[in-house]
Design a binder for this molecule. Structure first.
Ligand code: HEC
Length: 140
């Protein structure tokens, strides 16, 4: 009489442990996907101006647009993307975006807030950096 009960209890424990382990795995994979790059970006050798832009980009933009402007899952779009080629988004759109923010219209990430304290000359370096990355990746 006791044995089947014990076996049943044992099966239940194993099943529960399995469920917990699986759940943990799922959460880990979701965490890995959130924040990951959205496109593959080839990074060329960068000149002085682009290097300055890279540092400024990493400090002010990469939290949403990702390292190398490759996008960040859950946060913001890649700027190394056909949508942002110079003919569609001229350099002026970078200044406007940084100074005034952007209302969401191409992507499901929500609005971009203005970037506090950023200066025009800094945006100029960032534009040089992003255009360098775009050209290397066939976007021009
Ligand atoms: C808090 C997140 C966030 C930060 C920080 C951020 N952006 Fe954005 N940005 C976005 C999102 C989201 C969009 C896409 C809006 C849409 O079109 O749906 C966007 C769009 C843009 C666009 C396209 C503008 C247009 O006219 O469509 C440019 C250019 C841009 N960002 C540049 C920058 C630069 C440069 C920085 C840093 C100085 C920066 N962003 C920092 C979230 C961010």
């Amino acid at each position: 009489m006791k044995k089947p009960v014990l076996i049943a209890a044992g099966v239940a424990v194993v099943a529960l442990a399995g469920t917990l382990l699986l759940k943990k795995d799922d959460e880990a994979s979701v965490a890995a996907a959130a924040g990951s790059a959205l496109v593959a970006v080839k990074v060329p050798a960068l000149g002085d101006e682009a290097l300055k832009g890279e540092a400024l980009f990493n400090d002010n933009c990469a939290s949403c647009h990702g390292k190398n402007a490759a996008g960040r899952d859950g946060n913001g779009p890649p700027l190394v993307h056909k949508i942002y080629e110079p003919n569609h988004h001229a350099d002026g759109s970078f200044y406007l975006a940084a100074m005034r923010g952007v209302r969401a219209h191409h992507w499901p990430f929500g609005d971009m807030p203005p970037v506090e304290g950023i200066r025009e000359d800094q945006v100029a370096s960032i534009v040089t950096y992003v255009r360098t990355l775009q050209r290397e990746n066939g976007i021009f």
